[in-house]
Ligand binder design. Structure first.
Ligand SMILES: *Cc1c(COP(=O)(O)O)cnc(C)c1O
Length: 341
């Protein structure tokens, strides 16, 4: 496979138009056959449900070239089922899981020239999404929907290694109890933009959101789950019904327990406990893990003992093991690696 002439090592995390995308339409109660198209433009009613009432959900995942030259996708079955959960919550017709995975296969295969070479640190980001496409004006679900997947090559999230970040405890809330915090919906991101722009302006990389009911417990950031390592080496992640169930987090918990022999806990984490942890990180598809060096709570600095220079040792081991599994250097658990070619 002849690769595109792209400066792989200098790619950022942005959109680049590739050759083909997948499109399927839902009309009269059924999804059509769907297929690949070169057309990157979407034409919909000026009153489409997505434009008026934000009826849209999405997913994010990556394709990689492995050490032995295969093109693979990491756990797409979990993205398929999470997107079904998201769609149901917004009264959208779920796109069937088997068709989701087949569509991923078609788009990645159709854009294989854009899959960054092994060792470049870059990968092919995959963005499935769906939206209400026909006209609504009274508040109700759309009758018609479009499901699409595009891909775009992205660089390593951190150029020159992952440096610990400084984050703040936010005064804004991300998700309400019994709301939509647990689904991957654009609406959760729209309302987080003001908080993140403000955080950046004040010199913070991310917002740590607390539970909105009591504002005493740690939830997540705008787009990544938290991981904490205790001083005795236990991996702890927040338990909450209002955080997005990160596939990276679930995979890291498995790796910690089954590959690294660590003790793992998913439980409520109170803000007061932040002073006691040895390491902290954010996890998600984009960066796998971003180490957190400092958490600022209205001027009070909580400095993680792992410091501001590098990832903590346990975080690093988790990172190396999961990325090793993804890149084919370490044997993967059954069913984690979906081979495109
Ligand atoms: C997508 C997302 C994550 C990370 O999930 P992964 O499946 O690991 O990529 C975490 N939090 C939020 C709010 C998200 O939207």
């Amino acid at each position: 496979m002849e690769k595109k002439n792209i400066d792989w090592s200098n790619l950022g995390f942005g959109y680049m138009k590739t050759d083909l995308r997948y499109v399927a339409n839902y009309k009269n109660g059924a999804w059509d056959e769907g297929g690949l198209t070169a057309d990157d433009q979407v034409t919909i009613s000026e009153s489409a449900g997505v434009l008026q009432y934000a009826q849209t959900v999405f997913e994010g995942m990556k394709a990689y070239e492995t050490m032995d030259g295969r093109t693979v996708v990491f756990r797409p079955d979990l993205n398929a089922s999470r997107m079904i959960d998201s769609a149901k919550r917004l009264e959208m017709p779920p796109f069937p899981a088997e068709r989701f995975i087949e569509a991923i296969r078609q788009v990645v295969k159709g854009n294989e020239a854009y899959v960054p070479p092994y060792g470049s640190g870059a990968s092919l980001y995959i963005r499935p999404y769906m939206f209400g496409s026909d006209a609504v004006i009274g508040v109700k679900p759309s009758n018609e929907y479009q499901f699409r997947i595009f891909v775009t090559p992205v660089g390593p999230y951190f150029k020159g290694g992952a440096k610990p970040i400084v984050i703040r405890i936010s005064d804004y809330d991300r998700a309400a109890p019994r709301g939509t915090g647990h689904i991957k919906a654009g609406l959760n991101y729209a309302m987080s933009l003001h908080a993140i722009v403000e955080a950046h302006a004040e010199g913070f990389a991310e917002n740590m959101y607390l539970d909105s009911a009591t504002r005493t417990k740690v939830e997540e950031t705008g787009g990544a789950n938290f991981l904490f390592v205790t001083k005795d080496g236990t991996l702890v992640t927040p338990k909450s019904d209002t955080i997005l169930p990160s596939i990276t987090r679930r995979s890291l918990m498995y790796v910690a327990e089954h590959y690294l022999g660590m003790k793992c806990e998913t439980r409520e984490i109170y803000k007061e406990e932040l002073d006691d942890f040895a390491e902290a990180g954010l996890c998600g598809t984009a960066a796998v893990i971003s180490p957190v060096g400092k958490i600022v709570d209205h001027g009070r600095e909580i400095c993680l003992p792992s410091g501001m220079n590098e990832m903590g040792p346990v975080t690093k081991k988790l990172y190396d093991t999961l990325t090793g599994i993804q890149m084919g250097r370490i044997e993967a658990p059954e069913g984690w690696i979906y081979e495109i070619r």
